[in-house]
Ligand binder design. Structure first.
Ligand code: IMP
Length: 429
């Protein structure tokens, strides 16, 4: 009678989609508890690539209930497009396989406009947001001026919420951001147009998720983004606008803390991030380009090239400690093949002081220099390995060293994008 949470331990894009997809085969329900279509999962099943932004990765397994929880911000245009595309490929054949929280907040057209205009105004200090309106939607939620999914189906309530919001947002868009005002009729018509497709899925998901856990169903809580993008624990202000630590799953999925019994973290065998902000182990040379090319490190949501660098144990250690990780999955190990020696950041030098955990201030980050350890690399391809003993000795030593440095047991290793390119080292879910 408990749920398992899965979270990213770096700056996102750790390959959570593949791991959730793998574990989903044993789950009954997969729940997203925060974020929106800033997330993107690329899944490769039988050589066919699927990109999902809102619907949890479990959807590609028939008979799993996928939930968009109360902690999410949902762009209905993107969600409707995703539902149609999935249905066209034979998924989501019944309404009950997708549940959408009536408490999740709607991303409205002004959120996207404000997000992008603000980034333009920030100039060189831009956060590098995905431009999907995520931050402004969460701001309105906290300011108690947001519109929730459930309100979409109450015509009078929705009209008055829209009038109230547009009065304020049009002033903001014109006076402060130099944007054109939005028309009530156009926004109303567009959003009313989503009702028919969404209505059968919208419900009180908190009750359904709790009931599922209490009935002994296997429930996976799928984190989006990652610990270093968490609004409190990441590289603020270069973060997303929600909490990505597993604690956020309680509020975002409507679960009491004691019902989350297990936390699995995902770490890439090296490090990437998109957008601006600190990245001590970044490689801006040919090796960084090689990682980008070999790892296909381009954002699945925005197509932006990702910044690449060495594995940073300080970052993953922070995630392990904050999240109480029970197990760690290491992904994309195959991308490191042929790089010898490899480097791993074991600690930071912050103004002459050795630190095992990340700084808590922008000033600290500006002074954080990685302290590296060199470890031997390997040259033989590993994509066909299906057990630890099929891996070169140097690869096994690399895995052991990462596990030791971040103080978490490695229970799964991914050696390629396919479902089958996975080595399980223990019971993970
Ligand atoms: P936002 O979430 O669109 O506001 O973007 C804030 C920061 O988080 C930017 O650096 C984004 O690139 C980053 N970000 C948001 N979602 C993801 C994700 O799913 N993977 C990687 N980076 C992300």
């Amino acid at each position: 009678m408990s749920a398992t949470a899965i979270i990213g331990t770096q700056w996102g894009d750790e390959g959570k989609g593949k791991v959730v997809d793998l574990l989903a085969s044993r789950a009954d329900m997969v729940v997203r508890f925060h974020g929106g279509n800033n997330a993107g999962h690329t899944l490769v099943v039988n050589g066919e690539k699927t990109i999902l932004n809102l619907v949890p990765s479990g959807v590609l397994h028939p008979g799993k209930i996928c939930v968009l929880g109360a902690g999410m911000v949902i762009d209905p245009e993107v969600l409707c497009a995703e539902i149609r595309a999935l249905r066209a490929r034979g998924y989501l054949s019944e309404d009950r396989w997708l549940r959408i929280s009536e408490q999740a907040h709607l991303i409205m057209p002004w959120h996207r406009l404000i997000d992008r205009a603000r980034e333009r105004l920030r100039g060189t200090g831009a956060i590098g947001t995905t431009g999907r309106g995520i931050g402004p939607a969460y701001e309105d939620k906290m300011a108690r001026t947001g519109i929730r999914v459930g309100e979409l189906f109450d015509e009078d309530g929705f009209r008055s919420a829209l009038e109230r919001c547009l009065a304020e947002k049009n002033g903001h868009l014109q006076a402060l951001l130099g944007e054109s005002p939005l028309s009530f009729d156009e926004v109303h018509e567009q959003y009313a147009g989503y009702r028919d497709l969404l209505r059968p899925h919208v419900t009180d998901t908190n009750v359904e998720v709790r009931a599922a856990v209490q009935r002994g169903m296997r429930v996976l809580l799928e984190g989006a983004q990652a610990v270093m993008l968490d609004v409190d624990h990441g590289t603020y202000p270069y973060v997303t606008s929600s909490n990505a630590v597993p604690g956020a799953a309680c509020a975002g999925a409507g679960l009491p803390p004691r019902l989350i019994a297990r936390v699995i973290g995902i770490a890439k065998a090296y490090t990437t991030r998109v957008g601006g902000g600190p990245f001590p182990t970044e490689l801006t040379d040919a090796l960084g380009e090689r990682l980008r090319a070999d790892g296909d490190e381009y954002g699945s949501t925005t197509g932006r090239p990702r910044r690449c660098g060495w594995f940073d144990a300080v970052v993953v250690r922070h995630a392990v400690q904050l999240s109480g990780l029970d197990a760690l999955a290491i992904t994309k190990l195959d991308v490191l093949t042929g790089i010898d020696p490899l480097r791993v950041c074991v600690a930071y030098d912050v103004g002459g002081k050795r630190c095992d955990l990340p700084p808590g201030t922008q000033r600290g980050w500006a002074h954080a220099k990685p302290i590296y350890e060199e470890v031997p690399g390997w040259s033989a391809p590993i994509g066909d390995a299906r057990s630890l003993d099929e891996l070169p000795a140097a690869t096994r030593r690399y895995i052991d060293r990462l596990s030791q440095l971040v103080e978490a047991p490695v229970t799964l290793v991914s050696v390629g994008p396919g479902r089958e390119q996975t080595i399980r080292l223990g019971e993970i879910f």
